[in-house]
Design a protein around this ligand. Sequence first.
Ligand code: BG6
Length: 511
Amino acid sequence: MTEKKYKATPFPDGFLWGGSTAANQIEGAWNEGGRGPATSDFVRLFTKKMREEEPKEYDSRLPHNASTKEMVADMKEHPENWNLPKRRGIDFYHTYKDDLALMGEMGFKVFRMSISWSRIFPNGDDAQPNEEGLAFYDAVFDECHKNGMEPLVTLCHFDTPMHLAEEYDGFASRHTVDAFERYAATCFERYKGKVKYWLTFNEINNVITNPFTCSGVIFEQGETGNPYYGKWAYKYQVAHNQLVASAKAVIKCHEIDPDAKIGNMLCRLENYAESSKPEDQLQVLFEDHFNWFFSDVQAQGEYPYYMARFFRENGVEIEMENEDLDVLKRGVIDFVTISYYMTYIMRYKGEPVPKPSGSLVSQIKNPNLPMSDWGWTIDPIGFRITLNHIYDRYHLPIFISENGYGAVDELDENGYCADDYRIEYLKAHVEQLGEAIKDGVDVFGYGWWGPIDLVSSGTSEMTKRYGFISVDLDDEGKGTGRRGKKKSFFYYKKLIESNGADLSTDNIVEE
Ligand code: BG6
């Protein structure tokens, strides 16, 4: 009986079920163990409500349109005035053993995490790596294996070392490219045999919309000597540098550990036309190109034809070193990974120059889809569509680096919550993932974003909870930090046990 049920699953044997995190959102201990500061340590709590109330929140000290640089300067001078949750995380630095045991209890086969670059090289470009930082990740990887999980490790997830940001404007400089290559090589050497799956940069396409977060870009107009600062020309120069850094890491990984596989990570923006007007569909094409650009370079090893016009009409002339095109060609990834949260609606914005929005949340509501409290559409079928699009484009194995549901949970005194909405979201997305696999898409793993409550990337809230495991901490960092199991913990455990065959929500055994 059981065997028959298990055979019904579309998921291949050995499918990597698990969850995904990032150092800057879980570790805390921002100034322990020899770690240097990173850009993520200078990101404040900025909730939806605060956004709406801006500029009241800090206008007594800074102009309401203060630049990142001005804010960072004030954070250094008056840290007591700022709530900087990524410095605290959920204290994973100290709790990793217990946390990984809980993931193991759910049956995880994979744990996606990232290394904090400034734990290994406190300034990003130091002469020697920090042994305490290296040893910490040795211990974490050992603990993953002990609990039956493969670590899948991102080298840089939104935390460029601050020194590289402040001295070199992050990836605007080739110095940072060289520093990244060395950091990557250090990790491959050290963790050879322990880590089979690597990713270079998290959501590399966010360089365009969030250059500080994604790429450590912090200089201001006038400081760079580059008249294109802040314009497309500057953004795509940074993107180019980061793509070269990514390709160099891929080459190093293959040289140092031929048994390891290395992939990219794209924030996949799947777009629908607002109407059946061809113009709206054309806008979908523009936006798609804007998004695919990054994975096209990483998977196909060259600049795609469609950017030439956009670059020409926007004064983008990429400065390249002689080796760059060859590096991009040699540094193609082994597998593709994406984050998938929602879909977007596109309306034509006019010719002759395509005007991609790059917005992370759809500006136009889709009347056919429900939304989360944060305005993110819930679109499981879009997940199947996007997986087909990716496979059709690259024919490379796919790992789902992120998919998840952020919600306000009512936790009881044990940290329990009957989070049926999260279970429904998970079920619907896994169903569509199964459909995509039946369609013939080669997917080898699924990482739920935030298997344990963690600090939000976009708003730095704890209130936006993703976890199957709760953490008793609020936006102010108050709470015991105690972990609890939500209803979804038991659902995911059952789902994994059956390798995705048993998705029913009415026989969840809560122990
Ligand atoms: C992705 C990031 O953009 O989305 C994660 O890679 C992030 O770091 C996740 O946490 C969810 O976004 P948010 O803003 O809800 O944390």
